[in-house]
Design a protein around this ligand. Structure first.
Ligand code: GLP
Length: 241
């Protein structure tokens, strides 16, 4: 695992932006894997800025997001589709039909999972996947105990995850109990992974991810086995290393 230490969140966002731009410029039809949460927000703002300066175009790119809440339509302000539209897609030139997220309100959720997995295969797999890290080691919404060979599936969210994400909702009760997520197997098939971790509250988790035992009890630990991972972390996140 390559570790890039940056000073702070701004540095993390700028470095991550540069890696994505390099990926897009180095390829004809890049397939990007995207993530939600607070951590990539700065990256998306940097990408928008670079697009406005004419430094990058997303016209040939396809994007696949890691996960989506079950039960929320894309128009709901807490859905990850809505987040992506607001934080990135509405401000760049990626064609709407080239951005994919699982449909959290699909009537047949199992079918939706299979179809999502198939769409990723049909696109030739993800070239560069952006990942964040949950406090309990989750990647995407793969909670502790998820099989390492899992594909896109439906998950019951941990109470810790629901509490951590409750800040985006008006109350904990409103946070969905289920989500659709790419599986750990799906993530491991991405050709390159860029993991972003910021702040002291993630320090213990990032330490365990890098130095801990590889175990399904801490999903992010599997990244030790991936051949092409770059971890971009700030001083706070690396403070216990
Ligand atoms: C959510 C997302 C994850 C994300 C994690 C960390 O649970 N499903 O993909 O990595 O939160 O989020 P944050 O960056 O806000 O700490």
């Amino acid at each position: 695992m390559e570790i890039i230490k940056v000073k702070d969140y701004q540095g993390l966002s700028e470095k991550a932006c540069q890696i994505i731009i390099d990926q897009i410029k180095g390829q004809k039809n890049p397939v990007l894997g995207l993530a939600t949460g607070s951590t990539p927000e700065g990256l998306y703002q940097q990408l928008i800025n670079a697009f406005r300066r004419g430094e990058v175009s997303f016209q040939q790119a396809k994007t696949f997001n890691l996960d989506e809440y079950v039960g929320l339509p894309g128009s709901h302000s807490n859905s990850y589709r809505f987040y992506m539209q607001e934080k990135l897609f509405n401000h760049i030139d990626v064609p709407g039909n080239q951005t994919y997220l699982p449909h959290g309100n699909a009537t047949d959720l199992e079918k939706e999972c299979h179809q999502y997995e198939q769409l990723i295969r049909d696109a030739g797999n993800i070239d560069l996947q952006v990942l964040g890290l949950g406090l309990n080691g989750h990647i995407g919404f793969n909670e502790p105990g998820t099989a390492f060979d899992s594909k896109t599936h439906i998950v019951d969210l941990d109470m810790t995850t629901r509490k951590a994400n409750a800040r985006f909702f008006s109350s904990l009760d409103e946070v969905p109990e289920k989500a659709i997520t790419m599986g750990i197997g799906t993530i491991m098939e991405c050709k390159k992974i860029m993991l972003l971790v910021s702040g002291e509250k993630k320090a213990e988790a990032v330490n365990r991810l890098i130095n801990g035992t590889v175990t399904e009890e801490f999903p992010g630990s599997i990244l030790q086995k991936h051949e092409n991972v770059v971890l971009i972390a700030d001083e706070g996140a690396l403070s216990t290393l």
